[in-house]
Design a protein around this ligand. Structure first.
Ligand code: DQA
Length: 149
């Protein structure tokens, strides 16, 4: 079983009550439980971490190097600002999939740019909580060595 880290950044601990018209009503705990359950069906052992702190996210990415085979990352607003997260991802030899609940490209212009897009294997956005499930499937396919995945 490949081990996977589902890593969530700032303000995502408030999912369920945070701007539900944008992010839906599903809580982070429900998303994490769904990731663990879905991961099992794909032969993935999913661990989940959330932090509101940039440095803690970087530490989690570094730690994943010794623990996990890949990362599903919703970096929240740090997606749009953090060169440090870009460098952390570039520094570990792990496939990372960038995830967003909302379609960041259909929102305010400042959300259109991702600092991490260039160092991830792909980006999934706009499918609400289901974005995480799609990302796990994409990561499973990537780890299985499927062409193009
Ligand atoms: C988000 C999109 C980001 O722009 C925002 O700052 C978030 C959540 C999403 O999942 O849609 O915190 O990453």
């Amino acid at each position: 079983m490949s081990k996977i880290l589902v890593l969530n950044g700032p303000n995502l601990n408030l999912l369920g009550t945070r701007q539900p018209e944008v992010y839906g009503h599903t809580t982070l705990q429900t998303i994490e439980e769904a990731c663990v359950a879905h991961g099992r069906t794909r032969g993935l052992e999913v661990a989940c971490v959330q932090s509101n702190h940039e440095g803690a996210l970087i530490d989690a990415i570094h730690a994943a190097r010794d623990e996990q085979a890949g990362i599903v990352l919703n970096a929240g607003a740090y997606t749009h600002t953090s060169i440090a997260l870009h460098d952390a991802i570039a520094s570990v030899d792990l496939p990372v999939i960038e995830v967003h609940l909302s379609n960041i490209h259909a929102r305010e212009p400042f959300r259109h740019h991702s600092c991490i897009a260039a160092v991830v294997i792909g980006q999934i956005c706009g499918f609400g909580a289901h974005s995480y499930i799609l990302a796990l499937d994409a990561l499973a396919a990537h780890l299985d060595g499927e062409a193009g995945a």
